[in-house]
Structure formats: C-alpha cells, structure tokens
Design a binder for this molecule. Structure first.
Ligand code: PMV
Length: 328
C-alpha cells in the first residue's frame, strides 16, 4: 500500500539559499535571526519511509547504513515532536536515502528533515497543512522548512513557533543552480555549531544581520523587475558576507579549500566573459552558482572546461515535498 496508517514514504528536494539563514534567535524552536530566500532544486532529493512499530526504540538507516549516536538522537528528538502532536507513543523505523552526498554542505539536512516531517506526520495519522509541515520541518533543521515548497521560497523569520514558516513565491526569472563539487566529504564543523560560534563571537555578525534584511527586499524587487544582474550581485554578496562572519568568529570557521577559491575565480571570469553567473556557498567548501535557466548548460560547460577534476552539475527549479507510494 502507499501510505498510512502506520507507514508513509515522502520525497523532498534540497534547496539552496540565495539570501542565507545563518544564526538562531531560539535554539530549541529553531527561530532564525534573519529571513531567507531559496530555490528548491530538481536534483538532490531525499526519500524517506517512516514506519511506526512496536519496537522498543527508534531506528534510523541512512543510505542503507544503520545509524547510532547523534544522527539517531536528532531524528528521535524530532519524532518526539511528531508523537506529541499525534498523541501516540510508538517508536519508528526510519529509512532514508539521499541522491547526493550527506552533510557536505549540499543541503542534505534540508531535504532530509522535509522528507522526514512529511513521512512521519503522515505515518502518525496527522493531516498537516503545508504551513504546519514547514513549521514542523523547521524544528529538525531550519533550512528544511523551505524544502516543503518547490521553486522560489521565502522563510520569514517570525518571532515564535507559529509565525516562523516558509512560503512559495512566484519566480519572475527562471533560475538554475550549478553545483561545483569541490569536496563531497562530511564537513568537520556542523552548521549548528558554526552558527552558534558565529553569533557568539563574530564582530561582523550584527552588521550581516542588518544587511540581510535589506538584501532580501532588494533582491525580491530586482527579481520582480527582471533584473538578474542586480539580484545576482546581492546573492553573491550575502553569501560571501555570511562567510566573512564565520571567518571572523573565534576560533575562526573556514570552510574554504584551495579549490573553493579556484571556483570563485572561475565564476568571476565567466561573468567577465558575459555569462550571468553569481557564486553562493553554504556551510562547506562547495560552490553553487546561481544563473538563468536559459544559460545554465552553457555556463556549466564554460566552468567545467576551466575546472579540471571539479564536477559541475546543473540543477533547475524543483518541486514541493510529496508523499509517494513505495513502488514509485
Ligand atoms: O538548516 P541548517 O541548520 O543546516 O542551516 C543551513 C544554513 C545554510 O545552508 C548555510 C544557509 C541556508 O540558508 O541554507
């Protein structure tokens, strides 16, 4: 059977932030200091099946490997929220598969917790609205609240659990995101820890927070005006500004690798050559490149030929999270 009662499978796609979420106002509720804007991708999906069973504890399998320790505890804490909402006590078996690498700064936690929120709530018999699902996914990983929706998505920071959720927006310019994979390994410092340290110790952080609010409104106006150049400049500045807050934290958090700088340099040269490309980066060494859907293949080819040994993939706008039948 496809789903419920007791079992459901969901698919959700990664999203890449164009205006970043970096830093929490509330750690437990996962309320962000800033609003953010993202694009849900058509690749990099997570497929998750949740089965509530009579087992004595929760279990988690990730890409076929049984997990213990922090990964399992994090999923279990999230399932506690779902159990609380549904008024049930059963433990669950969670089976999750990622299309892309896990914890490499390629938004696996966003697709992961969006798929888990949808599968677990459906398996628990809850019928949540997309807004309620977005709020729930947020508790697992902030950026996951945006992967509940497809396409261009804004997460308004809000001020409490009820007011902090993501919403889809019309995208006036068809966008694409290239991923230049510098290193697919697991990052050494989690985004949770990196955010904490940045907020606590970076002298640049408050300036970035203030600028971010302006960046979001300016970027939305630029997109509405069809001005990708203006929007792209804001996206790149916002992401590099976020990294400046990390680099200025004590101790510093430097996710960059030598190849990161090579890619950033290639993106600048591509722009000088007339291609509409702007770099963005998350909590890892990989570089994503925001571009127009129309010129994405050309831009990827331009970068690929100049970046030996760094795979460049093209990702277009992707769909909202959805329930599927298991044989799909
Ligand atoms: O959802 P988290 O806690 O993994 O935070 C992700 C934060 C960034 O990817 C760096 C930026 C963003 O807005 O996605």
């Amino acid at each position: 059977r496809s789903f419920g009662p007791g079992r459901a499978t969901a698919v959700a796609h990664a999203n890449i932030a164009l205006i970043k979420y970096w830093g929490k106002a509330d750690e437990t509720l996962v309320l962000p200091r800033t609003s953010s804007l993202s694009l849900t991708l058509d690749g990099l999906a997570t497929t998750t099946t949740v089965t509530f069973t009579g087992a004595r504890s929760d279990s988690l399998s990730l890409d076929g490997e049984e997990q213990s320790g922090e990964a399992l505890r994090r999923v279990s804490r999230f399932l506690d929220i779902v159990r609380g909402l549904a008024g049930i006590e059963q433990h669950a078996q969670v089976d999750s598969r990622n299309d892309g690498p896990t914890a490499a700064g390629l938004a696996s936690s966003a697709s992961g917790f969006a798929a888990l929120a949808l599968a677990a709530s459906a398996a628990a018999g809850l019928e949540l609205s997309s807004r309620e699902l977005s709020r729930l996914a947020r508790r697992g990983s902030g950026s996951a609240c945006r992967s509940i929706f497809g396409g261009l998505v804004v997460w308004r920071a809000g001020h409490d659990d009820l007011s902090s959720f993501a919403e889809p927006l019309d995208c006036p310019i068809p966008l694409a995101v290239l991923v230049a994979q510098v290193n697919a390994g697991r990052k050494a410092i989690s985004s949770r820890e990196a955010m904490r340290r940045t907020v606590a110790s970076s002298p640049l952080y408050e300036a970035w927070v203030q600028r971010s609010a302006v960046d979001l409104e300016d970027a939305l106006s630029a997109l509405r005006a069809g001005d990708l150049g203006a929007a792209g400049t804001i996206f790149e500045g916002n992401a590099l500004g976020m990294h400046a807050t990390m680099i200025s934290a004590r101790p510093a958090i430097v996710y960059w690798e030598p190849d990161t700088v090579r890619v950033l340099d290639a993106v600048h040269r591509a722009r000088d050559a007339g291609l509409p490309v702007w770099a963005t980066m998350d909590a890892g060494p990989n570089v994503k490149v925001v571009t127009s859907a129309e010129l994405a293949t050309e831009a990827a080819a331009w970068l690929s030929t100049r970046l030996e040994n760094i795979p460049v993939s093209v990702n277009c706008c992707g769909p909202a999270a959805r329930l599927i039948s298991e044989d799909e």
